[in-house]
Ligand binder design. Structure first.
Ligand code: CA
Length: 229
């Protein structure tokens, strides 16, 4: 069960949050003050997300947030802010919070935000692991959609990016122009196969040392292209 820290000094709000998190399958860890929250975090290093109230009797929620981030933690942080405290939202996001929920909130709203943040954090982890494709001098980063050759950033259009991604994901595989067209432009694209050739030519100018003698993106005569490196 995923542990969630609930920092809230008002006991009725705290138990309302705790009950709803429990109902949604989480394990809430309660704290009524900033100091208590930091203690609970020390004892429970597996807490994956924290809900932090801002107005507290001792150190405020922003300070708790700042200290969590200062410790190097990447846990999800949602600030619980009072109504119409726009400044709180800005301050919260600046101190390293991921999201905020304005009081009063419904149980559905809170759990939706919690679920969304947990999903986002999970997805980010997966993306980080599978975000780089390396082939010869090329490094394709699928997270920020960039391509480097020998450490130099190459400027690509979105189509060129999708093309090179397709090739780098299928090294050595001969791909027909029909396959390329449907993979990059979508299966309902009604354009001509020539579109593929035109864009490959442009891509070659950017990536090949000599575009007239392509060495990476090679032609498979009478069929299509392949990532030949
Ligand atoms: Ca409070």
């Amino acid at each position: 069960m995923k542990k969630i820290l609930v920092l809230e000094d008002e006991s009725n709000i705290r138990s309302f949050v705790v009950i709803n998190l429990r109902r949604s399958g989480f394990e809430p860890i309660e704290a009524a003050s900033g100091e208590e929250a930091l203690e609970k975090l020390k004892v429970n290093p597996d807490i994956c997300l924290a809900l932090l109230d801002v107005m507290l009797p001792d150190i405020d929620g922003f300070e708790v947030c700042r200290r969590i981030r200062a410790s190097g933690s990447k846990m999800g942080i949602i600030m619980l802010t009072a109504k119409n405290q726009e400044i709180d939202k800005v301050t919260g996001l600046m101190t390293g919070a991921d999201d905020y929920v304005t009081k009063p909130f419904s149980p559905a709203e809170l759990t939706a935000r919690v679920d969304a943040l947990i999903r986002r954090l999970g997805v980010d982890e997966d993306e980080k692991n599978a975000s780089e494709l390396v082939s010869g001098p090329f490094l394709l980063n699928t997270r920020n959609r960039t391509l480097e050759k020998d450490g130099q950033r190459l400027k690509l259009t979105q189509i060129e990016y999708l093309l090179i991604k397709l090739f780098m994901e299928n090294p050595g595989k001969a791909m027909s122009r029909e396959d390329i067209l449907s993979a990059v432009w979508g299966s309902d694209f009604t354009g001509e196969l020539k579109t593929v050739d035109v864009n490959i030519r442009r891509l070659r100018i950017k990536i090949e040392d000599d575009p007239t003698e392509p060495e990476y993106l090679t032609t498979v005569w009478g069929y299509g292209y392949k990532w030949g490196y």
